[in-house]
Design a protein around this ligand. Structure first.
Ligand SMILES: NC(=O)c1ccc[n+]([C@@H]2O[C@H](COP(=O)([O-])OP(=O)(O)OC[C@H]3O[C@@H](n4cnc5c(N)ncnc54)[C@H](O)[C@@H]3O)[C@@H](O)[C@H]2O)c1
Length: 364
């Protein structure tokens, strides 16, 4: 008798631009993986529900998400997200109205962004040709510079008189939980090291608290090597000494910038995967490529689906299916090694070609 499949309910939110193309690609690859599992000892399946939220929805309704959107999402096992943003809607309206609304309300406080170098993809770093490079950016995802605190005022003074305050929020609780997460992650890696990114020379309140908490948490992990590096120096280190990195923990803004740098060093923003985790599992976690909606290439079949498929692998790990996640990662490596590459990484393949190659590679 074959076992009934374990079914995961996933809310798909493709949103805007290439988000739609890469979510469709990721869904096709995941469904192919589930199909292969049929008849095995541990079959699984995905029950998808797709939501139309994003900038087109905003243009029709004046909202980025239904009023009860979070209520609709809260019982899913996970959210599979594309990218939000389109030139017709101000970016701060679209980002805060959808993606940040989900991340913040579902307390997805840990954002994991691996920087992974793939065979067959040329890195702009010469060092990548003969050095093993592989690190993970752990981004504090609930506060810091993206806490949304501040305001615009004094516009009544007339043209040129307005002021704006944008405050960063650092709490001991917020710093401690992301740092413990980073140290626990480091313990699962061959190089047990955590690099803390700071800017405490200039930001003397929030970032000094960040440094103090890092020192305190590090004392509980004597087996893990540590360093504390200013964000400007860390951006240079990403380029000059990336072989010295394993887990990099940083605040919301610093990690956002550094992870884009990391993915560009690995070859393209289109390759980078990410997971927005609520580690306590009180709410669904959200998996999405790092890149945005790429209006410059949207709708042309040029989007690289690898970031979205890599994010699907992180979702499988979150579901407790590490072997299936590894199978997806292997399919990605086999595809790039075979030279089946989209334009952003120097190839001529379409999104559809790469998706098909990934599915074929699953069956090998
Ligand atoms: N998580 C998100 O939803 C998210 C993240 C970043 C930006 N955005 C939004 O996306 C819109 C565009 O922002 P942007 O141009 O700064 O960043 P972007 O990531 O959309 O694009 C930057 C560059 O990378 C390329 N690129 C991105 N994804 C690619 C892919 N899958 N394959 C191949 N090339 C790819 C684009 O063509 C572009 O040249 C804005 O509205 C912005 O607010 C959303």
């Amino acid at each position: 008798m074959t076992a009934a499949p374990r079914t995961f309910r996933i809310a798909a939110i493709p949103a805007d631009g290439v988000g739609k193309e890469v979510v469709a690609a990721g869904r096709a690859v995941l469904d192919a993986l589930a199909e292969i599992s049929k008849g095995s000892a541990a079959p699984f399946a995905f029950a998808w529900e797709e939501f139309p939220w994003g900038c087109e929805f905003y243009e029709r309704t004046g909202k980025m998400i239904d009023d009860d959107g979070l209520e609709q999402l809260k019982d899913f096992d996970a959210i599979y997200f594309g990218a939000v943003g389109w030139p017709t809607v101000p970016d701060h309206v679209s980002l805060w109205g959808l993606r940040l609304k989900i991340c913040q309300n579902f307390d997805q406080w840990a954002n994991i962004r691996p920087v992974h170098f793939l065979p067959g993809v040329q890195s702009p770093l010469r060092k990548a040709d003969d050095t093993e490079l592989d690190w993970v950016v752990v981004r504090e995802n609930s506060e810091g510079e993206y806490a949304g605190l501040g305001g615009r005022n004094l516009s009544g003074r007339g043209p040129g008189g307005e002021v704006a305050v944008q405050s960063a929020l650092f709490t001991e609780v917020g710093c401690e939980r992301i740092m413990r997460f980073a140290f626990d992650l480091a313990r699962t890696r061959s190089r047990r090291k955590v690099s803390s990114v700071t800017k405490s020379n200039a930001q003397q309140y929030g970032m000094v608290l960040w440094d103090d908490v890092f020192k305190r948490v590090a004392a509980d992990y004597p087996d893990v090597e540590t360093e504390s590096v200013l964000v400007d120096a860390m951006s240079a280190k990403f380029v000059l000494h990336p072989e010295d990195l394993s887990v990099v923990v940083a605040s919301n803004l610093n990690a956002d910038i550094l992870s884009d740098l990391g993915s560009a060093l690995a070859g393209s923003l289109g390759l980078a995967a990410s997971a927005n985790l609520n580690p306590e599992r009180r709410f669904p976690s959200m998996f999405e490529p790092v890149h945005g909606s790429a209006p410059d290439i949207a709708g042309q079949g040029l989007a690289n689906p690898i970031g979205a498929v890599g994010s699907a692998a992180l979702m499988l790990e979150h579901f407790g299916l590490p072997d299936q996640a590894a199978r997806l990662d292997k399919a990605i490596e086999a595809t790039t090694a075979a030279g089946i590459l989209t334009r952003d990484v120097g190839g001529t393949a379409t999104t559809e070609d790469v998706t098909k190659a990934l599915i074929d590679a699953l069956n090998v």
